[in-house]
Unconditional design. Structure first.
Length: 285
């Protein structure tokens, strides 16, 4: 008889719901890209802002802004299949992500969708994420609570609901998009802090980003070898919808946005203005 000590605990409704939602996407043909992205410049902007103001800016929010801007330039990247012969092209870029909240002393991950992210500034996206973390804004995924309730029905009712849902979602992808966004981003960088590491997942959208760890690495900059902060970034595409050429163009544009610190200019200008106010230049006599 096995005498090893163990205990049985309840799997949270959040985890059971996520597992069921991933099962809905089973069978999708995925195309993966494992990238190394130089994030030295945007990280310098973020650190400089914190040193100036004491405000810790969301790096995941910055990636979400860059993702939305890149998709906005080619919305076919976020097309969803409708039946066998049609695609649904969404005008708005809604970014779905998981945000950790502190509820009654417990840290719980809840889904949230940044709607119209392609029309928002980085500052607006950052403040929305912080508001959700502070429980000032209910996570948008809670609006689809009925869906999660049906997914979590006892077997075999839950299995029957999942089978029906696959058929419904294939013919009406708007239902999935309204609950989870048109594209998604997941941050797992804390798993390999200081070391290179990519996250691999099956994904739940036609386009997902997985932000892995950030590590210092030698890189060639204008012919010189310099230490740079390198982000391990995974990009997942639904290969049933996206081919290699448009995926390559999208990735190229996404990397350009991230590495250039695009979207952070307004923060830098505001910090410079505040610095001048605090330390006015002395005028010559």
């Amino acid at each position: 008889m096995d005498t090893r000590a163990y205990q049985i605990v309840e799997l949270s409704a959040e985890r059971r719901g996520m597992a069921a939602f991933l099962e809905l996407k089973a069978g999708t043909h995925r195309m993966y890209g494992l990238l190394e992205v130089d994030v030295t410049l945007p990280r310098q902007h973020i650190h400089a802002h914190q040193a100036q103001t004491g405000e810790a800016l969301s790096f995941t929010g910055y990636l979400a802004w860059c993702l939305a801007q890149a998709v906005d330039q080619d919305k076919t990247i976020q097309a969803y299949r409708k039946g066998q012969r049609q695609l649904v092209l969404f005008e708005d870029v809604d970014v779905g992500l998981m945000i950790e909240r502190n509820i009654d002393g417990k840290r719980i991950l809840r889904g949230h969708v940044i709607q119209h992210a392609n029309q928002k500034s980085y500052r607006q996206i950052h403040e929305e994420i912080r508001a959700v973390q502070a429980n000032q804004v209910p996570p948008s995924a809670e609006k689809a609570g009925w869906f999660r309730s049906l997914i979590l029905l006892p077997w075999p009712l839950s299995r029957l609901f999942l089978s029906i849902s696959r058929l419904v979602l294939r013919n009406n992808p708007l239902l999935a998009v309204s609950a989870a966004g048109t594209v998604g981003i997941t941050s797992v960088g804390m798993f390999g802090k200081g070391r290179s590491g990519w996250g691999i997942s099956s994904g739940t959208h036609v386009l997902d980003l997985i932000a892995g760890s950030i590590a210092w690495k030698p890189a060639v900059v204008e012919g010189r070898i310099e230490p740079r902060e390198i982000l391990s970034l995974t990009v997942l595409f639904d290969h049933d919808v996206v081919d290699g050429a448009p995926a390559t163009r999208f990735v190229r544009r996404l990397v350009e946005l991230i590495e250039s610190g695009s979207g952070l200019e307004e923060l830098a200008m505001a910090d410079d203005k505040n610095r001048l106010v605090k330390f006015p230049c002395s005028q010559s006599p």
